[in-house]
Design a protein around this ligand. Structure first.
Ligand SMILES: Cc1cc2nc3c(=O)[nH]c(=O)nc-3n(C[C@H](O)[C@H](O)[C@H](O)COP(=O)(O)OP(=O)(O)OC[C@H]3O[C@@H](n4cnc5c(N)ncnc54)[C@H](O)[C@@H]3O)c2cc1C
Length: 488
């Protein structure tokens, strides 16, 4: 039967849920507090430059194809995709970097050059990673996380040991070269936890990296947001921006009856919240919240970040579209994120220069750059600290890539913990949700369906399956399937 459904927030998970729920014949209205849709993936423009505010890596293209395919569409109906070559570049010291090709055979060659014999181990490792990717995509990630039994299949039983060893131990078994190890440990950082705390089964992210490659939607990740919004509108979804939900209303029987948004009561049969889970529960009377502050405080969150969006007055040298600066000790930085939260003394950082491959990002002869330093959520965030770290990374960039860039900065805009809290109601200013470690996987993540309030559901990077754009698309499908099945 047709239902009226309010969706709180317009991030990727909400956009995905909106499409599926509208296709099933429901009246769907998306309520977004910000002025534009997309959540953490909004866009910032300044002086002819364009920046993706959040995600910049387009990985797992098969997940996007599957999403659009379920509506009889293809990504190419909405945006143009290019496979990046090199996929990315990693700096280890001054002018010493490794280019990760878009071609797997060239990656084998690079490994062989760094450590003779390592390409054989890499081939074996990637074959196991591909197997796990297929298992994850076919058997695991589309499950609602309501029961541990979902994880038990004839295939996963054989892989159970991989949940009790870590990706760090696994990659170190046969490959010894420090640079190669850092490259192999990098993909699981997308899951929000340390490689030493991430089950080896998650090596499927290495297949996503080397096997499937790094892609770029022309115009940036925001094109994916626009694509999903336009699909949603074509299915009848209504969008209301600058509309803050202040309360999720519950009647005397413990059933949600709608929301209060911008001070007005709006009746609905079902509410789905794609806003950060912790914040969503604060919209309920205390007795209807499933998780206490103590619960959230004990959880391992994915990092927050300090970001800079910078317009340069010239083209930069010796950098690639995606460039990682791993020239300082990864473990020491990771400790400052996860073990003893503090600003890192020698931060690793990531930089994106999309105008290298896509001239829509910057005026001719200029470069658009986004810099990101991962940080512990909840850190003190001041202008002075932001400025201090801008100078640190710009000096490092200059030294490592052998060029002067500071005098070419036309403008810079920073974004950090306080902005994540203000813009997204993010718990402690986390950037990418709840980390995917063993104790926070599948049915051990916050429930997709409220156990205390009837007709209330959750979606997004704090519930199943986890952080990242592809998982958010999947999360929207999982919640919609559950709703459609429950109200048939
Ligand atoms: C800096 C950064 C870099 C990233 N890089 C990558 C990457 O390269 N590749 C990748 O795959 N992933 C990346 N991610 C992760 C990815 O962007 C997220 O996992 C994904 O976008 C989360 O989507 P979501 O739907 O869960 O939530 P969100 O995008 O957070 O959407 C939630 C929405 O709810 C709204 N909201 C909150 N409270 C209310 C309220 N009370 N009323 C109304 N609306 C409300 C918020 O404004 C927001 O729009 C990155 C994230 C960040 C922050």
């Amino acid at each position: 039967m047709k239902k009226t459904i309010y969706i709180i927030g317009s991030g990727f998970s909400s956009l995905s849920a909106a499409c599926y729920l509208a296709k099933a014949g429901n009246d769907v209205i998306v309520l977004e507090k910000n002025n534009t849709v997309g959540g953490r993936a909004r866009q910032y423009k300044n002086q002819g430059f364009t920046f993706d505010i959040g995600p910049t890596w387009y990985w797992m293209p098969d997940v996007f194809e599957r999403f659009f395919g379920e509506f009889g569409k293809k990504p190419s109906d909405f945006y143009e995709l290019e496979k990046l070559n090199p996929g990315y570049q990693v700096y280890f010291s001054e002018l010493e970097s490794i280019l990760i090709s878009g071609n797997l055979y060239e990656i084998y060659e690079v490994f062989e050059k760094e450590e003779p014999g390592s390409s054989i181990h890499l081939k074996e490792f990637l074959s196991a990673a591909k197997y796990n990717y297929d298992v994850a995509i076919n058997d695991l990630v589309y499950k609602p996380g309501v029961s541990p039994l979902e994880l038990i299949t004839p295939v996963t039983i054989k892989k159970v040991h991989q949940f009790f060893t870590t990706i760090r131990k696994q990659v170190r078994k046969k490959i010894k070269n420090k640079k190669l190890l850092q490259i192999l440990e990098f993909p699981v950082l997308f899951l929000g936890a340390k490689p030493s705390n991430t089950p080896a089964f998650y090596n499927f992210m290495n297949h996503a990296d080397f096997g499937l490659g790094t892609w770029h939607p022309k115009g940036g990740m925001y094109m994916v947001v626009e694509a999903m919004k336009s699909l949603a509108v074509s299915l009848g979804v209504q969008f209301e921006t600058a509309t803050t939900v202040q309360e999720i209303c519950v009647d005397a029987t413990g059933t949600t009856i709608g929301v209060i948004a911008n001070g007005n009561y709006r009746a609905s049969d079902i509410v789905v919240s794609g806003a950060d889970y912790h914040h969503s529960e604060t919209l309920l009377p205390t007795k209807y919240r499933q998780y206490s502050e103590k619960y959230w405080n004990k959880k391992i969150f994915a990092p927050s970040s300090l970001l800079f969006y910078v317009g340069f007055d010239k083209k930069l040298e010796n950098v690639s579209h995606h460039t990682l600066f791993f020239d300082t000790d990864f473990d020491v930085h990771a400790q400052a994120i996860y073990d003893t939260p503090k600003w890192p003394e020698k931060p690793l950082f990531y930089a994106s220069f999309p105008s290298i491959t896509d001239n829509s990002f910057a005026p001719k002869g200029k470069e658009a750059a986004t810099f990101l330093i991962p940080l512990a959520p909840g850190l003190e965030d001041t202008e002075e600290l932001r400025e201090k770290y801008f100078n640190i990374i710009i000096e490092r960039l200059e030294k490592l890539t052998n060029q002067e860039v500071k005098s070419s900065v036309i403008f810079k805009k920073s974004y950090c913990v306080n902005d994540f809290i203000k813009d997204y109601n993010s718990y402690k200013g986390n950037a990418y949700g709840l980390a995917n470690i063993l104790t926070q996987t599948a049915f051990l993540r916050p429930n997709i369906k409220s156990k205390k309030v009837k007709n209330l559901f959750f979606t997004g990077q704090l519930t199943v399956p986890g952080p990242g754009v592809p998982p958010s698309l999947i999360s929207g499908k999982i919640v919609s399937d559950l709703i459609i099945k429950s109200y048939k």
